[in-house]
Write a protein that binds this ligand. Structure first.
Ligand SMILES: Cc1cc2nc3c(=O)[nH]c(=O)nc-3n(C[C@H](O)[C@H](O)[C@H](O)COP(=O)(O)OP(=O)(O)OC[C@H]3O[C@@H](n4cnc5c(N)ncnc54)[C@H](O)[C@@H]3O)c2cc1C
Length: 403
């Protein structure tokens, strides 16, 4: 008998690592800081290269987790402390106050009476939820959660009064679990680069300058517009959409590395613009188009579409004149400086590693050179797409078992 393996981060990489470990017979504990599993992938409507909904695969994985007694998972939890050495670590897991327990049936009676609204981080602040909310309609575990900072707690208690299942306890407090573990896998993934730092590209100066992750939510049927691609400024359908590649990436002032997935993501998004409105035009300004493997077929599909223009040239500036947006870029092929009007601009912001406290970071904060026997998996290690994350997660599982 050995101690369980601890996997930190419940995105596609962490889920895959945990399942692979458990299915060969080892105990595993999966810890996720958000109230649901699935990471960034669950927020996509469709994912390349096949453009299928990620929920199909995730649902199978959730079933494998539910049915495997060797997997224990904790959501709304983080790691407070790790000590010990290779093969014999001690971890302290911190669980946020569980104000909604597993009696919750997600009936929604609490939402109807909750008087407080808060920004919905699932949709990158593009809409609001009540202080008690279901993170999204496919959430696993499927139960409501409470935003501790927004909730008025005992000063209100309306949700407690209407709950027929004794599921809400507003006086719940955080708890910890001490655990001895034999291996540690960091699958903590990525966050989008903060577009507010890209002042020259106008983010925050006009509502119709958005980021690629916001675009994903605008095209998702469970997103803030019910899947309609609309200009945030006036709710109209955009006719002329510009994608600005390397918004932050491959830039010494921001992220000196390539974020690896943004080119394929913008190709996917440009096709989506055309699918939503065949009259609309999409232009992609790029330094190099970095698409490999099966995503190259995807690039060919874009090239065949007359409504999509691929322009080699980095967009250096975005100007707002009389409330209109102009993208300034050099067209490398013609050597001309272009000033192109757009009614929606999508900044292909890069990937930054999620912060992981208490361990030494590798290059650029990605956990690619871990000491002390720690193992990294997926985008915690470096930017990669889902297909590469799955392979990396399986490799991490094998390493964790072998340690
Ligand atoms: C705009 C955009 C579109 C994309 N579209 C596609 C696509 O169509 N197809 C494709 O193959 N790839 C796509 N990708 C890439 C894809 O998002 C990644 O490959 C994938 O998210 C990697 O999964 P992951 O589990 O490594 O990381 P994540 O999805 O980031 O998951 C990490 C998880 O760890 C949790 N976590 C973080 N820190 C802690 C902590 N300290 N404690 C506990 N939990 C923690 C997070 O909450 C999260 O749930 C896209 C990327 C971008 C930017």
């Amino acid at each position: 008998m050995r101690n369980p393996i601890l996997v930190i981060g419940g995105g596609i990489s962490g889920i895959t690592t945990a399942i692979e470990i458990a299915e060969v017979g080892h105990e595993v504990v999966l810890v996720e800081k958000l109230p649901y599993l699935g990471g960034k992938v669950i927020k996509f409507h469709e994912y390349f290269p096949k453009l299928c909904p990620p929920y199909c695969g995730l649902e199978i994985n959730f079933k494998r987790i539910r049915e495997n007694p060797r997997i224990k998972y904790f959501t709304s939890s983080t790691i407070e402390k790790i000590s010990g050495d290779k093969g014999d670590y001690q971890a302290v897991i911190r669980h946020e106050a569980q104000m909604v327990n597993n009696n919750c049936t997600a009936c929604g009676a609490c939402v109807d009476v909750c008087p407080v609204e808060r920004e919905n981080e699932y949709n990158y602040g593009l809409d609001k939820t009540k202080a008690i909310y279901l993170p999204h309609e496919l959430a696993f575990p499927f139960k409501f959660t409470i935003d501790e900072n927004a909730c008025k707690k005992q000063a209100c208690s309306k949700c407690v009064e209407v709950c027929d299942y004794n599921a809400i306890h507003l006086n719940a407090i955080p708890a910890t679990t001490d655990l001895k573990v034999s291996s540690l896998v960091f699958a903590t993934g990525w966050e989008p680069y903060d577009a507010n730092k890209l002042e020259i590209l106008g983010f925050g100066k006009h509502p119709d300058i958005i980021t690629n992750v916001m675009f994903e939510r605008f095209t998702a049927p469970n997103g803030p517009t019910g899947g309609k691609l609309l200009r945030p400024s006036n709710g109209e359908t955009p006719q002329n959409v510009i994608f600005v590649q390397c918004a932050g990436s491959r830039d010494e002032n921001h992220l000196p590395y390539c974020s690896a997935v943004c080119c394929s993501a913008s190709l996917k998004h440009a096709l989506k613009v055309r699918e939503k409105n065949p009259e609309a035009k999409a232009r992609i300004f790029y330094i190099d188009l970095r698409v490999t493997g099966r995503n190259e077929d995807f690039l060919n599909k874009v090239k065949e579409d007359e409504g999509i223009e691929l322009i080699k040239g980095k967009a250096g500036k975005i100007e707002i004149e009389n409330n209109e947006i102009y993208v300034i870029a050099e067209d490398i092929a013609s050597g001309r400086r272009l000033k192109t009007k757009a009614d929606l601009v999508v900044l292909a912001t890069g990937i930054v590693p999620s912060a992981v406290e208490s361990i030494e970071n590798g290059t650029e904060g990605f956990l690619d050179q871990l000491q002390n026997g720690y193992i990294a998996s997926g985008c915690a290690k470096r930017p990669m797409d889902v297909s590469a994350s799955l392979k990396d997660a399986t490799a991490a599982a094998l390493k964790a078992i072998q340690l």
